[in-house]
Ligand binder design. Structure first.
Ligand code: CS2
Ligand code: MG
Length: 409
């Protein structure tokens, strides 16, 4: 089974996506997600100009060898662009291998370790009443775990909060709201945030009780001691996790946070290699690994990382916003079903137009996601639909402090 072609499809239903389509000489096709939000075309070029020519004629069954060939052969290692390209090739080859075997991918990963993957959704509100409505709306949609993000008094717009008045039903999705040639700029105030967030969780717990798993995303914005304070202040509300409490390329910063709080910590959606986690795992400084198939070198890369994390009692929390395409989402679900150290799966739900382009078969029932038993990943790409949605430049916002200093968004 030889690789006959490797084509890159850039399409933008609701937001920009980059998808690799690998076709074998016996007519099998595999899909890989190569979407890097805000830098999509860099990965499209990496694949089209530097990877696809190397793939033609290669044995499609040699997944590990191809992974090592692309990782070591590039000489320049790691990084979000390279690892998204490697991920797309790897995922597409796993899709092909599972299709050739007539099995859903999870069966090739050791079979099911659970009946389904617990999902969490994104509740948000500009104020507490709107947030509580959003939590209710997500519970009604069947979610059994919910991420809580709110507006901060005095700040116009904040990461993770739907800007519309219909908070509960409306999804925030930065790209469509901010599709413009330059990133939108937002203003941030950490002290206002630290004062406000505990009051929000007080209100959510008062309304929904102590049992509902609640998550929160700090989105890289705090210093280690600020994160330590927030983790401590949130302990009475028993969070499932506090995510990206501090920019974690400084892995040792998590030592300080760990010293002050027992609130579980999740890190890694911006990481793209197991090497980004070495200190975090060996010293058990985190509780959940956040990397996605799309950003961590594919099924092969993420499985390796999750097995390493499991050795230290650390579980998966695979990243699943709408800028992980349905292809990347499906790949995550196969790993979620198979690995032993599963924790939780983020599931932000894609827009209807996205699902016109990507034909999915995974299911969300009673709060659990299942990849389906369709051979392969279980996702199809409708090329005619994809052509209806041309790429348009779109960027994530840039954060600044009140004095104009650029801050983590
Ligand atoms: C967020 C993401 O889902 C999350 O946890 O951190 O929505 C993140 O903002 C986007 O993936 C950035 O493209
Ligand atoms: Mg996050």
């Amino acid at each position: 089974m030889r690789i006959a072609s490797a084509d890159v499809v850039v399409t933008s239903p609701a937001r920009n996506f980059v998808t690799l389509v690998i076709t074998t000489d016996d007519g099998l096709t595999g899909l890989g997600d190569a979407t890097l939000n805000g830098r999509e075309l860099s990965v499209a070029s990496y694949l089209r100009d530097h990877v696809a020519p190397l793939l033609e004629g290669r044995d499609a069954s040699r997944i590990e060898d191809t992974w090592q060939y692309l990782y070591r052969g590039a000489y320049w290692r790691r990084g979000p662009v390279t690892m998204a390209a490697v991920a797309a090739v790897d995922t597409a080859l796993w899709d092909i291998k599972a299709k050739a075997a007539g099995m859903p991918l999870y069966q090739l990963l050791g079979g099911a370790s659970r009946t389904g993957a617990l999902a969490y959704g994104h509740a948000s509100g500009r104020d507490v009443p709107e947030l509580l409505d959003s939590v209710r709306a997500h519970l009604e949609r069947g979610y059994r775990a919910i991420r809580v993000q709110t507006g901060i008094p005095g700040l116009d717009s904040v990461y993770g909060v739907a800007s519309s008045a219909a908070g509960g039903g409306e999804r925030y999705d930065y790209e469509p709201a901010r599709r413009r040639p330059l990133p939108a700029e937002e203003t941030w105030d950490t002290r206002a945030y630290l004062r406000h967030v505990p009051t929000v969780f007080e209100a959510v717990r008062a309304e929904f009780g102590p049992g509902l798993p609640l998550l929160h995303d700090g989105h890289h914005r705090m210093t280690p001691i600020q994160a330590a304070r927030l983790g401590k202040d949130l302990e009475p509300y028993d969070l499932f996790w506090l995510e990206d409490a501090t920019p974690a390329e400084d892995q040792t910063a998590l030592r300080l946070i760990r010293q002050h709080t027992t609130t579980p910590l999740a890190i890694g959606e911006v990481f793209n290699s197991a090497h980004d986690y070495t200190v975090l795992l060996q010293e058990r400084l985190i509780d959940y690994v956040r990397s996605a198939v799309t950003h961590a070198g594919g099924v092969t890369g993420l499985r390796r990382l999750l097995d390493m994390a499991g050795h230290f009692g650390i579980r998966s929390g695979i990243h699943g916003p709408t800028d992980i395409s349905p292809v990347g989402m499906a790949a995550a679900l196969h790993l979620d079903l198979a690995v032993h150290n599963f924790g939780i799966q983020e599931y932000m739900r894609h827009a209807p137009e996205t699902l016109e382009v990507f034909r999915t078969s995974f299911t969300f029932t009673d709060g659990l996601l299942h990849p389906s038993d369709t051979p392969g990943l279980g996702v199809g790409l409708d090329l005619a639909a994809a052509e209806r949605f041309p790429y348009a430049p779109a960027y994530l916002p840039v954060n600044r402090l009140a004095d104009g200093t650029v801050h983590d968004w």
